[in-house]
Design a protein around this ligand. Structure first.
Ligand SMILES: C[S@@+](CC[C@H](N)C(=O)[O-])C[C@H]1O[C@@H](n2cnc3c(N)ncnc32)[C@H](O)[C@@H]1O
Length: 253
């Protein structure tokens, strides 16, 4: 299934990821004057957090609509960044240009992980910081995403080198990173109810929208399966909350 991340209203969905972007920017110790690249920036959560600290920010994303939205978002705060449309596997920036290279649940979507990891290294200055987040494919939200992904692709969700610390470390070291440190963090997805959270994804999330279009009438059964795992994993009896773990990685070129 082909996902157009500019479809739907990804900014609305990405608001849930902003705490992870803020934390990653803090962990990378982004400081005023740092040259920072946000890879697969989407609507610019990390770009915004870095610009608020006075960094000189560039953002790259495959979706032209999302980079335009990111630029508007920073502009609304009187901030600016150089946003470009481009691929994580072939970043439209020069070698060794950045003090800090970030990617919040972004580069993990690349179809060519070794190449995307090598690009992160290429664009970082020697001794520069590379920091990224990657989902742990566990928990009810991952299970729901896995049901959806399995239905459209026939493949198992989360079977990428980014998903486990061993393969992640191997991937990054093979790309040329050193001092790779992997910590575990968690992010809570919340909503009024399991149904309400799922409806929000169906209405606004580009991946859900693409899957739903692809599956047509077959979507109804997939919906019911997802709702079941979301209800089972719900941590809030009065509303909806699911905690999803992720790997927060910090390395050096
Ligand atoms: C889950 S979103 C995360 C967006 C943003 N980093 C955030 O934290 O909100 C994934 C993003 O990766 C982008 N993306 C996916 N594959 C890409 C690729 N190969 N090159 C560049 N961007 C890509 C999508 O357009 C989307 O904006």
């Amino acid at each position: 299934v082909q996902v157009d991340w500019g479809d739907g209203d990804y900014g609305r969905i990405a608001a849930a990821l902003a705490p992870a972007a803020d934390l990653l920017v803090a962990r990378a110790r982004v400081a005023a004057g740092d040259r920072v690249l946000d890879v697969a920036c989407g609507t610019g959560n990390a770009a915004l957090a870095a610009a608020r600290r006075g960094a000189i920010v560039t953002g790259v994303d495959a979706s032209a609509g999302l980079v335009a939205r990111a630029a508007r978002r920073l502009g609304d705060e009187g901030l600016a960044a150089d946003f470009r449309t481009g691929q994580a596997e072939d970043l439209p920036v020069g070698d060794a240009e950045f003090d800090v290279v970030l990617s919040v649940f972004g580069v993990i979507f690349s179809a060519d992980p070794p190449r995307a990891a090598a690009e992160l290294v290429r664009v970082a200055r020697p001794d520069g910081v590379i920091a990224l987040t990657a989902w742990v494919p566990e928990g009810a939200v991952a299970a729901a995403g896995g049901i959806l992904w399995g239905a459209v692709s026939g493949r198992r969700y989360g079977r990428t080198p980014w998903a486990a610390p061993g393969s992640l470390q191997e991937l990054l070291e093979a790309a040329g990173m050193r001092d790779v440190a992997i910590e575990e963090d968690a992010l809570a997805f919340t909503g009024p109810s399991p149904q309400g959270w799922l409806r929000e994804q169906e209405d606004h999330h580009p991946v859900w929208r693409a899957a739903r279009r692809t599956l047509g009438d077959g979507y109804a059964a997939v919906h019911d399966d997802m709702l079941r795992v979301l209800a089972e994993g719900n941590e809030d009896p009065c509303a909806f909350r699911v905690t999803s773990r992720y790997w927060a990685v910090r390395a050096r070129r």
